[in-house]
Design a protein around this ligand. Structure first.
Ligand code: SF4
Length: 205
C-alpha cells in the first residue's frame, strides 16, 4: 500500500479511494491507479496511527511541503487528516496543503471551515470551470448541481482559518474567457486563482 509518496520535493499522503465525484477526466474512471508515483489504489484505508508511523520512517527535512492528495478525495477522511496534522505540528514546521474537490461540507453534512484552523496551511480546490452546470457535467458528483455553490461557499468560509485558498483550473481545458471568469470568481471570494499545467492528476488534481 502506498500511503506516502514523493512528488518533486513534496511528501504526499494517500489515504482513501473514496470520492463523491466521478469526474470525466479522472483516471479512476478507468480503474487506472497507475501513475508516475506508483500504484495508489488502497486495499484498505490506513488508520491514523499507520499514517503517523509512515511519517516517523521519513526524514522530513528532505521535503518542502506535505500534501494530502491521493487516489480518492482526501476530505472523505477530513477528521483523520486533522489528527495527522495535529501530530505533524509537533514534529515539523513544513507547510501542509490539501488538494480537494471542495465538498467537505457536503460530505460531512456540516460546516467544516473552523476545524481547519492551525492544521492546514493551503486549501487547493479544483474549480474546473466557471459554469455551474458544466461543473456538474464534469464531476458527476452525488450531491447534484448545487455542489458548485457549496464548493464556492466552502472556499470563502475556510479562508479565515488557513494561510491560503486556491481555486484552480487546468491549462487548455477551458477558454481564456472562462479563465477570466474564474479569476473574477476567485477575486470576489478574496482567494487565489491558479491555472495549473496539465500533468499527472495525482500531483495536483
Ligand atoms: S478528479 Fe478528484 S474529485 Fe474527480 S473523481 Fe477523481 S478523485 Fe474524485
Amino acid at each position: 500500500m502506498t500511503i506516502l509518496y514523493e512528488v518533486h520535493r513534496g511528501l504526499y499522503v494517500n489515504l482513501t479511494n473514496r470520492c463523491p465525484c466521478r469526474c470525466t477526466f479522472c483516471l479512476r474512471q478507468e480503474k487506472n491507479s497507475r501513475s508516475l508515483y506508483g500504484d495508489l489504489w488502497l486495499e484498505r484505508e490506513p488508520s491514523v496511527s499507520e499514517i503517523i508511523d509512515e511519517f516517523k520512517k521519513r526524514d522530513l527535512s528532505k521535503y518542502t511541503e506535505i500534501v494530502f492528495c491521493g487516489f480518492g478525495e482526501p476530505s472523505e477522511r477530513l477528521y483523520d487528516i486533522f489528527e495527522v496534522c495535529d501530530y505533524l505540528r509537533t514534529v515539523t514546521d513544513l507547510p501542509i496543503r490539501i488538494n480537494t474537490n471542495g465538498m467537505a461540507d457536503l460530505i460531512h453534512k456540516k460546516s467544516t471551515a473552523k476545524d481547519f484552523r492551525g492544521r492546514i496551511d493551503v486549501v487547493s480546490i479544483s474549480l474546473n470551470t466557471p459554469n455551474k452546470e458544466r461543473f456538474y457535467e464534469l464531476t458527476q458528483n452525488v450531491f447534484g448541481p448545487d455542489a458548485y455553490d457549496a464548493m464556492l461557499k466552502f472556499a470563502g468560509d475556510v479562508k479565515p482559518y488557513v494561510g491560503e485558498v486556491v481555486l484552480s483550473t487546468v491549462a487548455t481545458t477551458i477558454t481564456t474567457d472562462e479563465e477570466k471568469e474564474c479569476k473574477e470568481i476567485a477575486d470576489r471570494l478574496g482567494v487565489t486563482y491558479r491555472i495549473r499545467p496539465f500533468e499527472d492528476y495525482t500531483e495536483d488534481k
